[in-house]
Design a protein around this ligand. Sequence first.
Ligand code: SAH
Length: 352
Amino acid sequence: MADPSSSVKHESMTSKDYYADSYAHFGIHEEMLKDSVRTGSYRAAIINNPHLFEGKTVLDVGCGTGILSMFAAKAGAAHVVGIDMSNIIDQAIKIVQANGFADKITLVKGKLEETELPIQQFDIIISEWMGYFLLYESMLDTVLDARDRYLKPGGLIFPDHATLFLAAIEDQDYKEEKINFWDNVYGFDYSCIKDIALREPLVDTVDLKAVVTDPWIIKKIDLTTAKKEDLTFTSTFKLKATRNDYVHAFLAWFDVSFECTHKNVSFSTGPHAKYTHWKQTVFYTPSTITISDGQAITGELACSPNARNNRDLDIKISYQAADGPATTVDYKMCVASFHRPLCNPALSVNNC
Ligand code: SAH
């Protein structure tokens, strides 16, 4: 089916069109481009490795404004094809032209899965596909599809590795403000919303001082070999306390690395690292857990795309601390709570 917004000229798009094509507005691209950890890491991985790019064909999956395509062209690629299904590509075409890369970069409008590309085999795939909690938005499926259809045997993927981490945090004050707030709203009992709020992971920055356990690797993804099925997984965890404290939530973040590069460029979205627009993801627990230094919270995290909307994620966390009860919570990451595109000032739905 054709994208309903694609018939609308970019200049005359309204809020309704931006809702259907949330990447069309420059605001979301501004946020991504200004994320210097993100964009700077891609630039370092590409520009500092001209020996990998010289004379090569490159596919940029979800090229947006064309920034990664231009890095690849600057690094000496023979030809770059950038594809994007959003109307933002109309601007990318102008940007590529304005910067003198029109003969080196071909831009294609369309959904990768449904579009014929002008080149059939590429030496390198570049893509910025990561969502909140790494997998929200499920754009990794698209990159794996591109790899299977278009990457030459032995070809490179930028980035080629991603790792998802889990820890536990002390977060009394903010839990009070975000979850327990619903117990008493101007004297009324709103606690039915408390249950719903608890099930929505919160994307926010967390102070490193709030982390009270060692981190645990929940999932490692090698993009050169991963399959779509690997993105539905269950992983056990054991979070060892680093001090005596209370736990109010689990915290997730991810690291990304370009291991095929000489200097192995990488970046982290963790609470110990510099701010990125992915922040961290907080999963509040229904009740407070008490932990002592050296003790562990053990459990299991199961993650799968939602059956009705595969861009949403169902995340089930089951856990138990020393003498506490075994608890299971079903969380759901969905567009209603946050979404990179809803950070779009044109929609001003939430305040990100
Ligand atoms: N590469 C750009 C933009 C990254 S955001 C940058 O680094 O700044 C991801 C982009 O992928 C969005 O513009 C979105 O429209 C596009 N996208 C997501 N799924 C896609 C698909 N299946 N086919 C084509 N484009 C897709």
